[in-house]
Design a protein around this ligand. Structure first.
Ligand SMILES: *Cc1c(COP(=O)(O)O)cnc(C)c1O
Length: 396
């Protein structure tokens, strides 16, 4: 299904600084609605960890809820507490905490805690007792990723203990979940193996007397390529921001998604340079003719990958250019070309929706030898986020 890409959302606000990321909340809302549609009877857990993949935690979470997300998920307790402090009351799952961490605040804030190890289910039970609450938990199963969650005897111990704590009223075993190793290669044999292992574990839990209503397994790639993994909830992150988790299989618009982030900056200096001029640290670029150089006030501290020296694409006016020489901490240089009429103050598009010659996060990933996930997630705190699109004030 290919629809023509929609033009990028613009803002009429003046720049607050020299750069900004314009975040289209309507795109996030619509992407969640599209993923919800693709997931059939399953609902959507919108993954808003890592500051919503660089898009801004609270506004992105609200936009996802307005698109129909039933649940939110973040990696860390602090992120979950930030959402609660902002007044977001939707169901909210988190999974990274360590032995000794204080879980009582999470228990009082009705945050769903993942039990990924025997110590974790004990800690969850202890927090429930201490606060006199019933803590919702999702049991994390390692079906073969080799990362979080339990397998083998540890998993049996977690299931048994969860059953005991549920009988006691300390926990509610609401969910069971796992994560794929190769979801971005849908035909990889591990995909089917992990899915089968997961279904076996769900049956085992049932035989142990646990009635677990929410089974979830599918990240963005699985949600888009493997409908059989949808189960009760899908758990996409990247796709809700309109990026393709499987760039070899399809662009965002091929999946009915659109990029939510547009990163722009203003040229802060434009000057003539002679032929043979070395540019930026180490002179890794040399002008080949008399030309004009433009200075972009973004660097690796803002998340522009240093690996993208002499490679990262940018658009100035109708020209697609590439970083000239090294990316510095706060700035980088463009060779605007001898005929450029660009002046200081003109806008540079670093990444956007791929229309009108705007580069995409995927273009940057290829230029820097990484994945689009990293390009948006690493965007620095120093770059102001500006929100456009209907924030219809859903107070979740
Ligand atoms: C980050 C993450 C997701 C979301 O993955 P995407 O590929 O961004 O959709 C889902 N589940 C877990 C456990 C994760 O860590």
């Amino acid at each position: 299904m290919t629809s023509p890409p929609e033009p990028p959302a613009r803002t009429t606000q003046p720049y607050l600084g020299t750069s900004r990321a314009t975040i289209d909340l309507a795109a996030i809302r619509d992407n969640v609605a599209e993923l919800d549609r693709r997931a059939g009877d399953a609902g959507v857990i919108a993954v808003v960890k890592a500051d919503a993949y660089g898009h801004g935690l609270v506004p992105s979470a609200r936009a996802a809820l307005s698109g129909g997300a039933r649940y939110l998920a973040v990696a860390q307790l602090a992120e979950a507490l930030t959402l609660r402090a902002a007044g977001v009351t939707a169901p909210l799952l988190t999974w990274l905490f360590a032995p000794g961490d204080d879980l009582t605040e999470a228990a009082r804030a009705e945050i769903t805690l993942s039990a990924g190890a025997p110590w974790a289910i004990e800690a969850i039970g202890a927090a429930a007792r201490e606060t006199g609450t019933t803590v919702r938990t999702h049991i994390k199963v390692d079906t073969g990723l080799g990362r979080g969650g339990s397998w083998g005897d540890d998993l049996d111990a977690v299931l048994r203990r969860a059953g005991e704590l549920e009988a006691e009223g300390a926990v509610e075993v609401e969910g069971i979940w796992s994560h794929f190793a190769w979801a971005d290669a849908p035909d990889h044999p591990t995909v089917r193996q992990q899915q089968e292992t997961f279904m076996e574990v769900c049956s085992r839990a049932e035989r142990m007397g646990l009635r677990i209503p929410l089974r979830h397994l599918a990240n963005s790639a699985a949600t888009l390529t493997n409908p059989s993994a949808a189960l009760d909830l899908v758990r996409p992150g990247l796709a809700i921001y309109g990026l393709s988790p499987v760039p070899d299989l399809g662009r965002p618009e091929d999946f009915g998604l659109r990029e939510a982030m547009r990163l722009t900056a203003r040229l802060v200096n434009v000057k003539d340079a002679p032929a043979g001029q070395g540019v930026s640290y180490g002179h890794a670029y040399t002008t080949s003719e008399p030309t004009r150089l433009g200075l972009v006030p973004l660097g690796y501290s803002d998340g522009i990958p240093r690996h993208a020296g002499n490679a990262g694409p940018m658009r100035v006016g109708s020209s697609t250019l590439h970083v000239a020489g090294r990316v510095c901490m706060d700035q980088l240089t463009l060779d605007l070309g001898p005929a450029s009429d660009a002046v200081a103050g003109d806008e540079v598009v670093i990444l956007g929706r791929g229309v009108d010659g705007d580069p995409t996060a995927q273009d940057w990933a290829e230029a820097a030898g990484t994945i689009n996930y990293e390009i948006v997630t690493r965007l620095g705190a120093r770059v102001p986020r500006v929100y456009v699109g209907p924030d219809d004030g859903v107070s979740a």
